[in-house]
Design a protein around this ligand. Structure first.
Ligand SMILES: [Mg+2]
Length: 345
């Protein structure tokens, strides 16, 4: 047993060599009003600097920092990167000091526009030089119409830049799932027939803002969504860690497109500092089957069939074994028969 323990300690952790850890918020640090179990103490014990990346444009960096501090985290507004900040980065080359910017959205965008010496306007009649659109509960038809009026001309015909903070179709709020910024951007798109440029995840701009701000040499991203957090990290060329405390679960990970597969998967944030359990792959010559084992979990690939042989003590071990079986197969996910037990993970 002592030998086993020693060899386990020699395994690297998901954040070995990392100087900056970028964290998504919803589904990683908190869910609704509550902190996710083990998240706060795991972040507090990190050796790496914690930086928080949020696609939600409705709050300022200071408001987000205040919210996180209420859970017991130590941080300042500088440790928060918002999608409006990434939007400003995209606008910088287009604007001069004092230029008017039409804002569709709330304080999260307004403070960033003003901090750069640009002027917030709310109507097309004020001849804005750019439109920035982000979610805020107050956004209504009048603002969407003003944005559409300002964006009538395509950019190829001298039209002004249109930056959307993020493209999330939905946003979870206290009452349920509501239309998100992507849905509202789509309403303007329908009116003007041109496409917005997106600043937030899964584009790489927020990761670039964070990496520049902290001169990060070796950052990693931890997130709960494959199509935003992990895809964005992959595009930014940084290490990616999926945590199973939020939206995406085992089944979506097993079936994930190659572009959205994370480097590591952990059950909750305690996994950041835990040694990665080794993956063992065994080819059985007599049957042509391949076995994938993590901890006590075992998954078999036999032709196109992927089946559970033995569930692991921890679901994450079974998920990792199943991912290995599917991701190393010589055919696409849709060409495989994955057993229901694995798809229920
Ligand atoms: Mg999330």
């Amino acid at each position: 047993m002592a030998l086993l323990r020693r060899s386990a300690r020699q395994q690297p952790t998901p954040i070995d060599g990392i100087d900056c850890l970028y964290l998504d918020l919803d589904g990683v640090v908190y869910k609704g009003p509550d902190a996710i179990p083990h998240a706060v103490e795991s972040i507090r014990s990190l050796d790496a600097r914690a930086v928080y990346l949020t696609n939600n444009a409705s709050r300022t960096d200071a408001e987000v920092a205040g919210h996180l501090a209420s859970f017991g985290l130590e941080l300042t507004a500088e440790d928060v990167v918002t999608s409006p900040q990434a939007a400003m980065r995209l606008l910088a080359s287009h604007l001069e000091p004092g230029d008017p910017v039409l804002v569709v959205g709330g304080a999260g965008i307004v403070v960033e526009v003003e901090a750069r010496g640009w002027r917030v306007v709310r109507t097309a009649a004020e001849r804005p030089r750019a439109v920035v659109q982000g979610f805020h509960p107050s956004v209504g038809w009048q603002e969407l119409a003003e944005a559409a009026f300002a964006l009538q001309a395509p950019s190829a015909d001298g039209g002004i830049p249109w930056i959307a903070t993020n493209g999330d179709w939905t946003i979870p709020v206290a009452g349920g799932i509501a239309p998100g910024n992507g849905t509202l951007v789509s309403a303007v798109h329908t009116a003007v027939g041109r496409l917005a440029e997106f600043a937030g995840k899964p584009e790489r701009h927020m990761y670039d803002v964070a990496t520049e701000r902290f001169a990060a040499a070796s950052p990693a991203m931890v997130g709960d969504r494959l199509d935003t957090d992990i895809l964005g990290a992959r595009r930014a060329g940084i290490r990616s860690i999926m945590v199973l405390t939020g939206v995406d679960r085992g089944a979506s990970l097993i079936g994930a497109d190659e572009t959205m597969r994370p480097d590591h998967v952990i059950e909750d944030l305690r996994g950041l500092a835990e040694p990665i359990a080794p993956l063992r792959e065994t080819f059985e010559r007599s049957t042509g089957d391949t076995y994938f084992e993590v901890g006590t979990a075992a998954v078999r690939r036999s032709g196109i069939d992927i089946t559970l042989v033995r569930a692991g003590a921890r679901p994450v071990d079974t998920i990792r074994a199943a991912c290995a079986a599917v991701w190393t197969a010589d055919r696409a996910v849709l060409g495989l028969r994955i057993s229901d037990e694995l798809l229920a993970l």
